[in-house]
Design a protein around this ligand. Sequence first.
Ligand code: PBG
Length: 354
Amino acid sequence: MAKKTVSLGAARAKRREATAPRAPKRPLPGFPATRLRRNRKNAWSRTLVRENELNAGDLVWPLFVIEGQSERAAITSMPGIERLSCDLAVEAAREALDLGIPAIALFPNTRPDLRSDDGAEAYNPDNLVCRAVRAIKSDVPEIGVICDVALDPYTSHGHDGLLIGDVIDNDRTVEVLIKQALNQVEAGCDVIAPSDMMDGRVGAIRQALEENGQHDSQIMSYAAKYASAFYGPFRDAVGSSDRLKGDKKTYQMDPANSDEALREVALDISEGADMIMVKPGMPYLDIIARVKETFGMPTFAYQVSGEYAMLQAAAQSGWLDGERVMMESLIAFKRAGADGILTYYARDAARLLG
Ligand code: PBG
């Protein structure tokens, strides 16, 4: 008699299959023939059987830039992180390179008077982030420079897109994002990272890059980016939190969804993304695992500002061992399948890794 199929839903059944442990060739002998603690007994043995490794080469260091010379400004909600003027960002880039960190990601804190409803400062060739890119690329050309594509550091309302009334206009936003992306590439940025979550923006940016002879510009798309409360400290850092009207739920993803992340990623790959990202990190390890398993693409996790703030706050209170939770949180991304991690801990972790 034919077995009745359980109505799990194709996607769920497939996911089960993907995550189910593969049956061993021979049945695993039971205790005491098998004692899993044997391999754990000595440090050398634990090293030998370790499945995943974290290297400085897996890390991307996000940096916040501000106007001025020799200026640093603390971010209260991100203990240990400072916004840096361009000259200091160059020093940080040099330090990252020396530590073996392959790339940095730049985020500008735009002067209030340069923020506007249309976010036009985003495509000013002399804007803060372009000046930072040029300074870094002329002094530390070997380091990869990643720039965000989204309008939130430039809009008076703090949204990633253009507001028409109280609605984000997707297609008009994409037109501006194209200009922003080309502007950043012309300044010398290596990797364009659209974090705005507008539909069709990866394809539109890719086409514009091709038409402008920028065939080798990489796109790291924030493909599965969730509408998360964990971005709070970042918005403090770039100065958009007090401005933000409403929330970003009409463009960033619902934290309840998983299949939808695969659709987002599939689209961005088809539109020309070279690398894809899942964001936030730790609460979304299941998404990283599914995305890597499904597409086999270079896959990145963003351990976002709120994750960093949470660990730092507990460490500063003496409730958690800061170094150990940092390293444990980072190896978790590798275990989940990420090829690399954007993390505010990049410098600290790289120092520790030696
Ligand atoms: C901008 C952007 C955000 C982050 C990266 N790019 C904030 C947001 O979408 O509101 C968050 C990074 C972090 O929290 O560390 N679109």
